[in-house]
Design a binder for this molecule. Structure first.
Ligand SMILES: C[S@@+](CC[C@H](N)C(=O)[O-])C[C@H]1O[C@@H](n2cnc3c(N)ncnc32)[C@H](O)[C@@H]1O
Length: 249
């Protein structure tokens, strides 16, 4: 059901300020770029078609387009789309103001890479999006998934002393940046495997950087995150989980 999903009309400004105008945005983009460069883009490869579903203001699309990749930017919210379109259209990115479900209904050709970055936790049925995505990938096509980690939210609530709220896993009500669908790192990993995806890379984003006392330079945080983000248990404490998976029909 498209309409139960939470489009970021009211949250666009808060999200962009809290994430992309802080170190959090850089930590997120660095992790995504590292995973995409290591697992999808080979130095000699021809440009691939990346479709970013629920792409927000289009920051990762901008980076992919700057590398010469073919990029489709898909975002349903008016507030997000107007920002993303003005940034990306001049770069030759295909811009679609659609939900991912609308995009899938209008799509006939499979693509090389589908991305859901911090989107499925804002859907009423997160696993269904991963299930449907398989139909729109070429054989051996890639899914890039970044998802919010319920366990990192539990940890934050526990550290604030709100243990009953933490253990009840109370989801957001759509007025703030706590997602409406909460699931753990292992839930996301298990869903991908159950659906037949082959996971090539799994890493945490903001593994411990949110908990560090004091002020730190961005470069220090990037190095710390990079060192811990593929090691358990640190990976599974990351505020987000990042996967690159491949699907063979
Ligand atoms: C947390 S933001 C992430 C934006 C961007 N992917 C990023 O990582 O910066 C979640 C985005 O998902 C979008 N969204 C919510 N429901 C959606 C749906 N059914 N189809 C596509 N996008 C959706 C929201 O409008 C919002 O822009």
């Amino acid at each position: 059901m498209d309409k139960a999903d939470h489009y970021f009309d009211q949250l666009a400004v808060t999200f962009n300020q809290q994430i992309y105008q802080s170190h959090k945005g850089q930590l997120r983009l660095m992790t995504q770029q590292r995973a995409i460069l290591n697992y999808i883009l080979k130095p000699s490869s021809v440009p691939l078609h990346f479709v970013d579903l629920g792409a927000g203001a289009g920051q990762i699309c901008q980076w992919l387009a700057s590398l010469g990749q073919t990029v489709s930017y898909v975002e349903p919210s008016d507030a997000m789309f107007s920002q993303g379109e003005s940034l990306l259209q001049p770069m030759g990115v295909y811009c679609h103001q659609q939900s991912y479900q609308q995009w899938m209904r209008s799509q006939s050709q499979p693509v090389d890479v589908l991305m859901f970055n911090a989107v499925i936790e804002w859907l009423e049925q997160p696993k269904q999006a991963l299930e449907l995505a398989r139909n729109f990938l070429k054989p051996g096509g890639y899914l890039v998934l970044m998802s919010y980690n319920r366990d990192a939210l539990r940890m934050r609530r526990l550290m604030r002393g709100h243990w009953q709220q933490a253990l009840a896993d109370i989801p957001g009500d759509g007025t703030g940046l706590t997602p409406i669908s909460l699931f753990s790192a292992l839930d996301a990993k298990n869903w991908l495997e159950e659906l037949g995806y082959h996971i090539l890379d799994w890493r945490g984003v903001r593994t411990v950087t949110d908990w560090l006392p004091g002020q730190h330079e961005l470069q220090e945080l990037i190095e710390l995150d990079q060192q811990l983000q593929t090691q358990d248990p640190w990976r599974q404490l990351g505020r987000y989980q990042h996967f690159v998976a491949q699907y063979w029909h």
